[in-house]
Ligand binder design. Structure first.
Ligand code: PNW
Length: 496
């Protein structure tokens, strides 16, 4: 790439070539910037019923016919329960200094409660953490990346508020057992997905389809559970262990289709409030949902003949307890939508999709990935970072960003190499040009793994995993060396 305004200044020159917006920026990240890669327990561990682990909602869901593409399950996945040392060696070879993984709740507490602590599960995570520290890799740990103990799911899961105390017990045992070596805790990964896909559309475990009502109750309980676990850390462990605790939220960026059209601008903002604000407004701003959500859902609920809003309310006491309960903003970002105001299908049937009065879509010209929902839009990440920064004023850790390709054997993964170059470059622009406080970047994912309802048909890894081989061999793709180069140079150093 050269500094002159030529096609070479762009990573995707045919699609994204606006000199203002898309030109490549050389430079390095602030000193101490955290470079990491991520996985999650159900997606990589396997060993679903070994050494005393309890059954989780995804075990049940994936064992139910027709819920996952090709009937795939996470029974073995990448077999990381047995091969974690190999995983650590891959990170070491890439020069990564941080690793984001998640703990399986039922591997530690098989029935979800303190009645039965699985020492083998505790030992597994102790071994993993020790292996990481031995290799100078610092763990960033997610407590809940969607695998709920089945015993608790049977009692209503996140729709039963008793789970708030159970989650707090589980979080506390993790702080107690592992916290001396874990400086960064993430309570929940993407509560939007749990609420909307788990209890709304039913695409994900537990497969419940109550998109107009339950989604809001589930997220209400998750927000309270998050706040409680954060207070436990803050009250009892922070001083001793010196770490930080926060939440990871996800969502697409929304770009007004026509920036000069006020209705489009408002629609994009509303979309973002319904995605991020739903969780971020209570946690980072004032303990309560965004006004636009409260107004829209209440007026639609009344029009639908309901006596109260489908969106639950927090008490004054709860608001005070929830506000300010995240030491950082964990952000999972992948793609972007265009947004306009919508006027159809507003009141019936009650649905999270209709509540915002917004229509979104993706441009056909944006590069496709292996996942239908994910088109490559690098500039959307920079705008999203600025949007989050302006509203929530918290240090941002990008806890996931990455791209899928379809299930083919491909080590020279051109799309993923270009994706990381372009997206990481947008993070650099956000820091250098917009003054956004981004502290870290995490690539999703270290390994190809179980991609939820898509099973093994979509590959997000920087390492290829052969799922037909019982040994689950890992092979580095070219994106692994490209990412490793960015990490070692702490950015983009121009080669003369
Ligand atoms: C995130 N969508 O999930 C998760 O945190 C990861 O576990 C997952 O593997 C990764 O992104 C890639 O998908 C998402 O359909 C799953 O919009 C689905 C969607 C978004 C994020």
């Amino acid at each position: 790439m050269s500094t002159t305004d030529s096609k070479d200044d762009y990573v995707f020159p045919d699609v994204f070539n606006d000199p203002e917006r898309d030109a490549f920026l050389y430079g390095t990240f602030p000193e101490g910037f955290i470079w990491s890669s991520a996985t999650s327990s159900y997606q990589i561990e396997g060993a679903w019923n070994e050494d005393g682990k309890g059954v989780c909602n995804w075990d049940t869901f994936s064992h139910t016919k027709c819920s996952i593409q090709n009937g795939d399950t996470g029974d073995v996945a990448c077999d990381s329960y047995h091969k974690y040392k190999e995983d650590v060696a891959l990170m070491k070879a890439m020069g990564l200094k941080y690793y984001r993984f998640s703990i399986s709740w039922p591997r530690v507490l098989p029935d979800g409660t303190l009645n039965n602590v699985n020492e083998a599960g505790i030992a597994y995570y102790n071994n993993l953490i020790d292996e990481l520290r031995l290799n100078d890799i610092i763990p960033m740990v997610t407590l809940f990346h969607w695998d709920t103990p089945q015993t608790l799911e049977d009692l209503g899961g996140w729709d039963n508020e008793d789970i708030i105390d159970r989650f707090n017990d589980y979080a506390e045992i993790c702080f107690k057992k592992f916290g001396d070596r874990v400086p960064l805790w993430i309570t929940f990964n993407e509560p939007w997905i749990t609420s909307v896909k788990g209890y709304g559309t039913g695409e994900f475990a537990p497969g419940i389809k109550e998109i107009g009502t339950k989604v809001y109750r589930v997220s209400h309980n998750i927000i309270k559970a998050h706040a409680k676990a954060w207070h436990t850390y803050d009250d009892k462990y922070r001083k001793l262990q010196g770490g930080k605790a926060g939440i990871t939220l996800d969502g697409d960026f929304a770009e007004p289709f026509d920036r000069s059209n006020k209705a489009h601008v408002e629609a994009a903002e509303t979309f973002l409030q319904f995605k991020f604000g739903w969780f971020a407004h209570p946690i980072f701003v004032n303990g309560d949902y965004p006004e636009i959500m409260k107004t829209k859902i209440a007026s639609k609920s009344i029009a639908q003949g309901l006596g109260t809003s489908r969106l639950p309310e927090f008490s004054q006491e709860e608001k005070a307890y929830i506000k300010g309960t995240s030491d950082f903003f964990g952000l999972n970002a992948y793609t972007t939508q265009y947004a306009t105001d919508a006027t159809e299908g507003l009141s019936h049937p009650p649905s999270y999709w209709n509540d915002p009065d917004v229509k979104t879509w993706q441009d056909e010209g944006w590069p496709k990935s292996g996942s239908s929902w994910l088109r490559v839009v690098p500039w959307g990440l920079r705008r999203l970072l600025k949007w989050v920064n302006d509203r929530y004023h918290a240090p941002i850790y990008i806890t996931e960003n990455g791209v899928s390709t379809s299930d083919v054997f491909e080590l020279d993964d051109q799309l993923r190499q270009k994706f990381y170059q372009a997206y990481v470059n947008e993070v650099l622009k956000a820091i250098k040009l917009d003054g956004v406080d981004v502290r870290g970047y995490t690539a999703w994912s270290l390994l190809d793994n179980f991609e939820w309802a898509s099973g093994y048909s979509e590959r997000f890894g920087m390492h290829y995993v052969d799922f037909n081989d019982p040994e689950r061999p890992r092979t580095a793709k070219k994106s692994a060396s490209l990412y490793s180069k960015i990490v070692k140079e702490n950015g983009f150093v121009k080669e003369l």
